[in-house]
Design a protein around this ligand. Structure first.
Ligand code: UN1
Length: 478
């Protein structure tokens, strides 16, 4: 399979894809590894993740450069992605001594109840091109300390970063010493390999990141055999800018969240819902940002915006802009740039599209730097717009009114898994649970208690008395 760099569109490598049979064999091997790994004490499992964190620290610059080369994000953001991997390793090492269960008061005399968290089995990870390494790390670091083995299918378009990470894992495994073979594996391939993993009876957990279409296909297959899904699918993040907002902060947050990663994060800001009083000022400022942003080679330190990932991304962007115009929108920016210098790569100016309302195209996630801007008058109207899309990943509000802020965070406020105040919707820290509702898929990864998604809960009742009372007061004395 050919591998291209979005920087020039040139082919930089080719890799061998795995067959379906090889992917199935990888799962069988991972299952054997699991049977041994589940018996290793969790803090010792944490030691492997600690060593992986060390390898990642040592390789941060090189791996970051490879992320930029293969995916096209700028150096700063690529380094940030590797830092997320390091951070989740640190988190998981601590977690390896904190896989706490509850003790529960029994209603029966001489009885105790408790909850224990046990390893699940093989955890398959399907990751997307846009975060080619960090999303695997969120899953793998937790899965490992939780006693699972991991089979990773990266996007078939970003296999090099995955193979590089596999080498770092091999180094950590060698230093660790006695981990079972096949504990961490990579399989290269497209949707057919994803289907093999989804259908394999030994895959206990499938964590899949990507489009809603992919997630629906995967989750239907998993549901048939009752395997556990962790889905992180489409986003359509909004920012509400209220009259009291600090507009300078808001502009900076919009710039990073709408333009960063060339609009190709699942948390990218795609909808700006600005109060009528501040709308014009904001739009004027944003047009100036669009004019000024340095677009070009992501490896160049001066660049703030790299290329789109591929031609299909460019075509999707232009299609969405045309539809937005047909739906009454006015487009600023959005055109191809650097076309003479890079005829086979796709650099664009970010687009700001002033919309008459939240039309059909605004409800769709186009993986490109398009920011749809809309006005609101009443706060309830802004919340309704924020929630009236199929996706539910990330959201934010800029306001200095504590009532608005708290209402936005309340049960009647944002319906997203992530809701922020006075910061943008993207660039989450690993310490919180990451994921969202509705078409985003409902899964949670990364921090907080997301680890519970990688373990099975066992409830135990222990009778230390000399009689056998039944619960609910039932008498059954034969
Ligand atoms: C993704 O785009 O799939 O919050 C993940 C963020 C990053 C992760 C994005 N920490 O933007």
């Amino acid at each position: 399979m050919p591998v291209f760099t979005p920087i020039t569109g040139d082919r930089i490598a080719s890799v061998k894809a795995h067959t379906g049979a090889q992917a199935a064999a990888a799962v069988d091997g991972a299952h054997r590894a699991f049977l041994a790994w589940r018996n290793v004490p969790a803090p010792r499992r944490g030691e492997l993740v600690r060593l992986l964190g060390e390898e990642l620290r040592a390789a941060k610059a090189d791996l970051g450069a490879l992320v930029s080369l293969e995916m096209g994000k700028i150096r700063q953001e690529a380094l940030g992605e590797v830092q997320e991997m390091i951070d989740i390793c640190d988190f998981a090492v601590g977690l390896s001594r904190q896989l706490y269960g509850l003790t529960i008061a029994s209603e029966r005399p001489g009885h105790a109840m408790r909850e224990t968290w046990h390893p699940m089995g093989v955890c398959a990870v399907i990751s997307a091109f846009n975060f080619p390494v960090a999303v695997w790390a969120w899953n793998a670091a937790l899965a490992l300390v939780c006693g699972n083995s991991v089979v990773w299918k990266p996007s078939e378009k970003t296999p090099l970063t995955a193979l590089a990470v596999q080498r770092l894992c091999d180094r950590a495994l060698a230093r660790f010493g006695d981990a079972p073979d096949d504990l961490l594996q990579v399989v290269i391939g497209g949707a057919a390999i994803g289907e093999v993993l989804s259908d394999h009876e030994r895959v206990a957990i499938m964590s899949a990141t990507g489009s809603t279409r992919m997630g629906r296909a995967v989750s239907e297959r998993l549901a048939r055999r009752f395997a556990r899904p962790i889905l992180e699918l489409g986003g359509n993040a909004a920012m509400i800018v209220a009259p009291s907002a600090d507009l300078e902060l808001a502009v900076r947050a919009i710039a990073f969240s709408a333009i960063g990663t060339s609009g190709q994060r699942c948390t990218t800001l795609r909808r700006l819902i600005a109060h009528r009083e501040v709308y014009d000022r904001l739009v004027t400022r944003l047009k100036a940002v669009i004019d000024a942003v340095a677009i070009g080679d992501p490896l160049d330190e001066a660049t703030y915006m790299g290329p789109l990932f591929e031609k299909a991304s460019f075509d999707a962007m232009q299609g969405a802009l045309a539809q937005a115009v047909a739906e009454g929108g006015t487009v600023y920016g959005g055109e191809r740039v650097e076309g003479d210098r890079y005829p086979d790569a796709f650099y664009v100016r970010p687009a700001l599209v002033e919309m008459p309302g939240q039309t059909a195209i605004v409800g769709r996630e186009t993986f490109a730097p398009i920011l749809y801007a809309m006005r609101y008058d009443r706060f309830e109207e802004a919340i309704a717009l924020q929630n009236d899309v199929p996706q539910g990943l990330s959201s934010c509000i800029f306001t200095n009114d504590v009532r608005e802020a708290e209402e936005f965070l309340s049960a009647a406020g944002s319906d997203c898994g992530i809701a922020n105040v006075n910061i943008g919707p993207s660039g989450a820290e690993i310490g919180g649970a990451f994921g969202g509702e509705k078409e985003t898929g409902g899964g949670r990864e990364s921090g907080s208690d997301a680890w519970k998604g990688y373990m099975r809960r066992q409830t135990s009742t222990i009778n230390y008395s000399r009689s056998l009372p039944l619960a609910q007061g039932i008498r059954f004395d034969l």
